[in-house]
Design a protein around this ligand. Structure first.
Ligand code: IMP
Ligand code: MG
Length: 181
């Protein structure tokens, strides 16, 4: 598969096997921590988290439901503005529920902080965050409760992550070539 890399891609950063191992570890931690809770309300952040959420949810041993929110950052892919806009909200009220936000990647942390503050205002019984990937750049001040792994500060695609909606359904996470921007 690696010798058939798309010309936009520089290299595979995280293989499919490694991703699935991290997903399993996260699912076990979450299942342990929420054992005994009647229902965990999973909030996937569209579009990027839909594949991670699908794999994670299917490994959970705690009862759960799946819902989605969509947000958009002002500016195009890669722009760091800090302004986050709500594009699609949850289908149900979350007051009194145990809520876990599931995000694909944390960079500046603005997206997760916005979602956290928004949902915290609705008085859930508990609110935590889970992200598969965090970029190591020291700028992230938002502390994620469940984190898969860290990657260098490069633009990545695959496993839900995109560049201009491309490469989202690759089974691995790959670095985009700078000239593909
Ligand atoms: P933050 O708000 O700066 O933490 O950025 C998080 C959001 O930016 C994520 O939900 C992604 O949609 C997007 N993002 C950040 N870095 C990447 C990347 O390398 N590839 C794809 N999407 C990214
Ligand atoms: Mg996203």
């Amino acid at each position: 598969m690696i010798d058939e890399l798309h010309p936009d891609l520089a290299r595979v950063l995280v293989s499919e096997v490694t991703i699935q191992q991290h997903v399993q570890v996260l699912a076990q931690q979450i299942s342990t921590d929420y054992a005994g809770v009647d229902r965990l309300y999973l909030v996937g952040v569209l579009k990027g988290a839909f594949i991670f959420l699908a794999d994670l949810a299917r490994q959970l041993t705690v009862p759960h439901i799946v819902d989605f929110m969509a947000v958009s950052s002002y500016g195009q892919a890669g722009a760091v503005s800090g302004a986050v806009r709500l594009m699609m909200d949850l289908r149900e009220p979350i007051r009194g529920q145990h809520v876990l936000i599931v995000e694909d990647i944390v960079d500046s942390g603005h997206t997760l902080r916005y979602l956290y503050n928004t949902l915290q205002g609705r008085q859930p019984a508990s609110l935590k965050t889970c992200a598969l990937v965090r970029k190591q750049q020291g700028q992230t001040t938002f502390s994620v409760d469940y984190l898969g792994f860290e990657i260098p500060d490069v633009w990545v695609v695959g496993y839900g992550l995109d560049y201009a909606d491309r490469h989202r359904t690759l089974p691995y996470i790959a670095e985009l070539k700078p000239q593909a921007f």
